[in-house]
Ligand binder design. Structure first.
Ligand code: 13P
Ligand code: SF4
Length: 313
C-alpha cells in the first residue's frame, strides 16, 4: 500500500514539476524517496550555488528552512516553496538574530563569518557566510591580524581555529543536535571491530570525534573522499541520510553508520530533514504554498554575505 502510494505521489510530483516549470533541490539528509524526486541533490554550498542558475519559475526546496531561505535570498524573482516550514535546524535556532546583534556589538571591529546554517536575520548581520565545504578558505581569506566572530557552530569554529592556529577568533556557542550526539566510546569500539575501515566525520562533530577521524569534511567532501580512497569500508560519523547516496555511488564499498550516544533516540537522523515527505512536497507543488517571503532590506544584506562567500574561490 505504502509503495503504491509513494509511486503514485512521485508520479504526480513529476507531472506538477513539468506543468509548473518547477525544480526540486534536495539536501543529502532527506529520505531516499525524497532524494529520488529531486532534480538536484547536494550539500548546502552546492545547492545555494545551484539555486542561482536554475532555469525554472519555481524552486521547491526539499530541506530545512534556512536552506530554502538561502535560495530565496539568491533568487528573489523566483517563487521558492518550502514543503514543511516547521523543518527548522537546531544549529540555526541556537543563534537568535537579536542576541547575535548584541554579541556583535560586544565585539566591535570583528569580521563576522557565519555558517550558512543560520536564519536570514543572522546572515544580514554577517560579513561573509561559509559552509562546511569552504569555512577554512573563508577564514583564510581574512587578514591574519583581523579579529573574527565565527557563528553559530562552536565545533566547526574550533576545528577551523585549530587548522589555522588563529587566536583572534571569537566563537558563538551553538551546536547541532545530530552531530553533537556521537559517542567516542562507541566509535572506538566500531574501529576495533572494523580495523580496515576509515572514519569519515562532519566538522560539526565534537573535537574528540574529529581527532579520531581519518577524514573530516562537508557532506560533499565526505562523498568524494569515499570515492577516491582505496579503503573499501568507512565508518560514517554524520547524519545517516548521506548513506543512501554513498551506497548508490559506491555499491561495492561498505558504509557503517556510527551510533549516537543514546541508540534508542535515532539521533544520527536529523528529525527536521525527515519532516520533508513526498506527501508535503506534492501538496506544496499543488498549492504553490507555503512560500518563502522575505523583507527586501534583510534579503539584500543577507545576499551580500552569501555573495561574498561565493566570490571566494
Ligand atoms: P553541509 O554543509 O555539509 O551540507 O551540511 C549542512 C548541514 O546541515 C550539516 O548538518
Ligand atoms: Fe541543522 Fe543539524 Fe539538521 Fe544539519 S543535521 S540541518 S545542522 S539540525
Amino acid at each position: 500500500m505504502k509503495v503504491e502510494n509513494s509511486a503514485e505521489l512521485s508520479r504526480r510530483i513529476e507531472e506538477l514539476k513539468r506543468e509548473k516549470n518547477a525544480v526540486i533541490l534536495a539536501h543529502y539528509y532527506t529520505t531516499p524517496e525524497v532524494q529520488a524526486v529531486a532534480d538536484y541533490l547536494g550539500d548546502s554550498l552546492a545547492l545555494s550555488v545551484r539555486a542561482q542558475s536554475v532555469d525554472a519559475d519555481i524552486i521547491l526546496f526539499a530541506g530545512v528552512h534556512f536552506m530554502a531561505e538561502t535560495a530565496k535570498v539568491l533568487c528573489p524573482e523566483k517563487k521558492v516553496l518550502i514543503p514543511c516550514p516547521e523543518a527548522g535546524c537546531s544549529l540555526a535556532e541556537s543563534c537568535d538574530a537579536a542576541e547575535f546583534a548584541a554579541f556583535k556589538a560586544q565585539h566591535p571591529g570583528h569580521t563576522v563569518v557565519s555558517y550558512v546554517n543560520t536564519t536570514v536575520g543572522v546572515k544580514a548581520l554577517t560579513d561573509i557566510c561559509c559552509t562546511s565545504s569552504n569555512a577554512l578558505k573563508v577564514v583564510e581569506s581574512i587578514p591574519a591580524d583581523q579579529p573574527v566572530i565565527f557563528a553559530p557552530d562552536r565545533n566547526l569554529g574550533a576545528y577551523i581555529q585549530k587548522l589555522t592556529g588563529r587566536q583572534n577568533m571569537v566563537l558563538w556557542n551553538g551546536a547541532c543536535h545530530v552531530h553533537e550526539e556521537f559517542s567516542l566510546e562507541k566509535l572506538l569500539k566500531l574501529k576495533q571491530e572494523h580495523p580496515e575501515a576509515k572514519v569519515v566525520a562532519h566538522p560539526e562533530c565534537r573535537a574528540y570525534i574529529l581527532e579520531a577521524a581519518d577524514y573530516v569534511g562537508s557532506t560533499a567532501g565526505i562523498l568524494e573522499y569515499c570515492g577516491r580512497s582505496d579503503a573499501q569500508a568507512f565508518i560514517v560519523v554524520t547524519e545517516s541520510g548521506i548513506l543512501a547516496e554513498m551506497k548508490k555511488r559506491y555499491p561495492a564499498k561498505t558504509f557503517i553508520p556510527a551510533p549516537p550516544d543514546d541508540e534508542t533516540c535515532a539521533c544520527n537522523n536529523c528529525r527536521y530533514m525527515k519532516m520533508v515527505t513526498l506527501e508535503n512536497i506534492c501538496a506544496c507543488l499543488e498549492r504553490e504554498a507555503p512560500e518563502i517571503v522575505l523583507d527586501e532590506e534583510v534579503r539584500r544584506s543577507a545576499e551580500r554575505s552569501i555573495l561574498n562567500m561565493i566570490a571566494i574561490k
